[in-house]
Every structure is written in structure tokens, then in C-alpha cells.
Design a protein around this ligand. Structure first.
Ligand SMILES: [Fe+2]
Length: 244
């Protein structure tokens, strides 16, 4: 059974070394799953302000998993620092996007980073091309910003724009082999339907956020950190929150 783990939003800071310990605990939790996942999806905001030493710390901790990593950036990340620490291809502000196959499941990893901004920007045309290349292999689409609104103003203000969300929904409707969209960014577990595909956000391996639906703001809470597991079953795919 193909199994993916997802670890997200570690927000490492050199001046707060305990954050590395939280990432380490998440890695340990994945190491304790009883089986090695086919790949681990690292869905952005690895570092809090894009420092290179933070990426080196993250790469060292994640290397302990000893499985393929699918690494993509979030709004807090720096592409150059990620490329250097994780040995990823590309240069400059070229998007850090990839397609790979693990355990017979294709992962289309998208880069929604806009340098200097917290807002998500999805290259839907690139996603459409990648999906058009293979209409048969079960496929997971991964990105940092969830491509759907969650009803929390502060977070929805950073979502990819409405035209991109609508276009992605159309692209997914034409891609019946896409079994899941996975994202991070919210520090909150959510699920929605995008173009008929179930899309989820994983909890942060570091700090969780709690919404206030009255003000539309989020606040830091002491809720438990987590990672996610996506298990590809005979029926499709099931996503699990694993507390850390
Ligand atoms: Fe984020």
C-alpha cells in the first residue's frame, strides 16, 4: 500500500532552537509509523524567515527519514536557501516545482511562493500541463497555500486569487486520476472539495492556529502539533492526522 507522510510549517528560526526539536519530534513520529513511507511531502514554511542555517537544520533532520523527500516552498521560504540545502534543481526565482513517482503514485508539487509577499500564486497552466501528461497514474497535487477559501478572513486573504482557484477546479475536473490535493500554511487541519477532488491542509509540526470566526483572525494556540499520513488504499486515498 503506497503511503505518504506530510510534514509542514516547521518555521525554523535560528534564535528559537526549540523549533528544531519540534521538527525532530515530527520526524521521529514518522519513523515510528511502523513502515517507511514511499515519500515525505514537505509542504513549505520550512524556515520562518528564509535563513540558510535553518534550511541546513531542516535538511539534516529530514534526512533521518531516509526516504525520498518532495520539498516545495511556502510564503516564508527562500528558494535559493532551499535549493542549496536540499540539492534541488533550478536557479534564481524560477519556481521550485517537481513531478515524481513514489510507490506507483505521481506527485505534482507546486510552488505558490511570491517573494516578499504572503499571498499564494499558483501556476495553473503548469499544473494543467503536468496533469495532461499522464491521465492514468494516481496523482497527488501538493502545494503550500490551500487552493480554497476556508472562511477565515486572515487566511483567505493569502489564498491564490479567485481566477486561479476556479481554473484549478476546472483542471482537476478534467483529471480523474488526481486522488488528493494536499497543502499546509493554515496550521490547522481542514478539508474541502476542489473540482471534485478532496483537498486537505495538514497541521503544523510546530505551532497550531485557532480561528475566531467573528473577527476572522487566527491566534496561536497550544493545540497539539501533528503530521499527516496519506494512505493509498484499494478504494482511493485516506488522510490521517497523526499527533506529534
Ligand atoms: Fe504559510
Amino acid at each position: 500500500m503506497p503511503l505518504f507522510a506530510q510534514i509542514t510549517d516547521s518555521h525554523l528560526r535560528a534564535d528559537e532552537p526549540e523549533r528544531v526539536l519540534k521538527l525532530r519530534a515530527g520526524v521521529d513520529r514518522i519513523l515510528g509509523l511502523g513502515v517507511a513511507p514511499d515519500a515525505v511531502l514537505v509542504t513549505g514554511d520550512i524556515a520562518d524567515d528564509g535563513g540558510s542555517s535553518e534550511y541546513e537544520d531542516a535538511a539534516r533532520e529530514l534526512a533521518r527519514l531516509d526516504v525520498p523527500l518532495v520539498v516545495l516552498p511556502g510564503n516564508h521560504d527562500d528558494r535559493a536557501g532551499m535549493r542549496a540545502a536540499f540539492g534541488l534543481p533550478g536557479t534564481g526565482e524560477e519556481r521550485l516545482q517537481s513531478v515524481s513517482v513514489h510507490g506507483g503514485v505521481r506527485v505534482v508539487a507546486c510552488d505558490t511562493l511570491v517573494p516578499g509577499s504572503d499571498d499564494g500564486d499558483l501556476d495553473v497552466a503548469w499544473v494543467a500541463k503536468r496533469l495532461a501528461e499522464d491521465r492514468l497514474t494516481p496523482t497527488v497535487v501538493a502545494m503550500h497555500h490551500p487552493p480554497y477559501l476556508v472562511g477565515i478572513e486572515q487566511m483567505d486573504g493569502m489564498a491564490p486569487p479567485a481566477d486561479q482557484r476556479a481554473e484549478l477546479a476546472r483542471v482537476l475536473e478534467a483529471a480523474p486520476n488526481v486522488i488528493r490535493v494536499v497543502a499546509g500554511h493554515l496550521h490547522l487541519t481542514t478539508a474541502a472539495s476542489v473540482g471534485g477532488v478532496v483537498a486537505v491542509t495538514a497541521p503544523s509540526v510546530n505551532i497550531q492556529l485557532a480561528p475566531d470566526y467573528g473577527t476572522g483572525l487566527v491566534a496561536i494556540t497550544d493545540a497539539q502539533a501533528g503530521v499527516m499520513v496519506h494512505a493509498v488504499t484499494g478504494d482511493g486515498i485516506a488522510s490521517h492526522v497523526i499527533p506529534v
